[in-house]
Design a protein around this ligand. Structure first.
Ligand code: ADP
Ligand code: MG
Length: 324
């Protein structure tokens, strides 16, 4: 991207600020240099945010696209109980993108949204790559590194029959807000990240995740929908589960009772944590102001059952899946 690229990286470097925490050397050299806290393991996760697939420029405010890009990876770190160390952003922009003022404004908003969440969560942007994209779509890939005290990460595979099943926060809000956005794309242009916007500005549950290291037996973040993510957890742990429909903490955006359960069970991108804890583990009703709700039980076998009003039915994974 010739001088455009150099100028862009210089701006990014200024906005990202000085290296902090585990980052000894950030943007500007061939590599970043990180030093994890001593006695810690390093966790790594990567997530694509592709225009048309994960965000739309005509639906999402630029700041929301940037926020969501980072939030997805932070939620993966939260699910394993990790503390963020550094983020790396690889960005491909259509040829000549920054020649148009409107596009420069968009890019500015995107980075603003991403860096705002980065600051809030103490996740320094320590590097990345910038290139032109082969087509007309913006492509962003985030790599996140986090750390946990040696051997203490939460996994999907450690749930045991008899464990309780819990979720953080509320469910279904993100898919309800996405439906509202699809209906009326301009209605949420002025949404603020300081308010509760579960689709536009999901809040990764990092503090809860770190606390769960000493409480939970297994955990996963709800990115594809409760039904699908619970299936992943059960498959990895080789167990089944019973979910109590009436216990699910419905998000306040779910005003239509008929759709509420569907959104809560199958709507993705809530970025809440789903976790299990043994019967002897004292799970509090809230952690750092985030409500924790008991929604069911881990059982032997591999069936996942939904119980409501005394009736039971099989809960099939009906959340998000990419068809490749
Ligand atoms: P190289 O060609 O050696 O890979 P670059 O010119 O691509 O170096 O990058 C220069 C510096 O800017 C590096 O430290 C790199 O990590 C950083 N950088 C480039 N693009 C981005 C980006 N999109 N986000 C954050 N840092 C970036
Ligand atoms: Mg490079």
């Amino acid at each position: 991207m010739a001088s455009g690229e150099l100028q862009f990286i210089q701006q990014l470097r200024n906005r990202a600020g000085r290296p902090k925490g585990a980052v000894r050397l950030g943007i500007g050299d061939d590599c970043a240099v990180l030093r994890p806290p001593s006695g810690h393991d390093v966790l790594v996760t990567t997530d694509f945010s592709l225009e048309g697939r994960h965000f739309r420029r005509d639906w999402h405010p630029a700041a929301s696209a940037g926020h969501r890009c980072l939030a997805r990876g932070l939620s993966d770190l939260a699910a394993m109980g990790a503390q963020p160390m550094a983020a790396f952003l690889s960005l491909a922009l259509p040829t000549g993108f920054t020649r148009r003022a409107a596009n420069r404004t968009w890019l500015d908003g995107f980075l603003g949204g991403l860096l705002h969440l980065a600051k809030q969560t103490k996740t320094p942007l320590a590097g990345g790559d910038t290139s032109t994209a082969p087509g007309d779509a913006i492509l962003a890939d985030i790599v996140l590194l986090g750390s946990v005290p040696e051997g203490t990460e939460l996994r999907r595979s450690k749930a045991r029959p008899g464990d309780g099943l819990y979720v953080t926060g509320h469910l279904g809000g993100a898919s309800a807000e996405l439906a509202a956005l699809a209906k009326s794309p301009r209605s949420l242009r002025k949404a603020s990240p300081a308010d509760d916007h579960p689709h536009l500005y999901p809040q990764p549950q990092l503090r809860v995740g770190q606390r769960l290291r000493s409480l939970a037996s297994a955990a996963i973040d709800i990115s594809d929908g409760l039904s699908t993510d619970l299936t992943h957890l059960c498959e990895e742990s080789r167990v089944g589960a019973i979910v109590e429909a009436d216990s699910l903490p419905l998000h306040q955006l779910l005003t239509n009772k008929k759709d509420a359960l569907q959104h809560a069970l199958h709507g993705g991108e809530d970025y809440q944590l789903l976790f299990t804890a043994s019967a002897t583990s004292k799970v509090p009703r809230s952690i750092g102001g985030i409500p924790i709700t008991h929604i069911g039980q881990i059982v032997r076998g591999k069936d996942i059952t939904l119980r409501s009003n005394g009736k039971t039915e099989r809960l099939e994974p009906a959340g998000w899946e990419h068809s490749l």
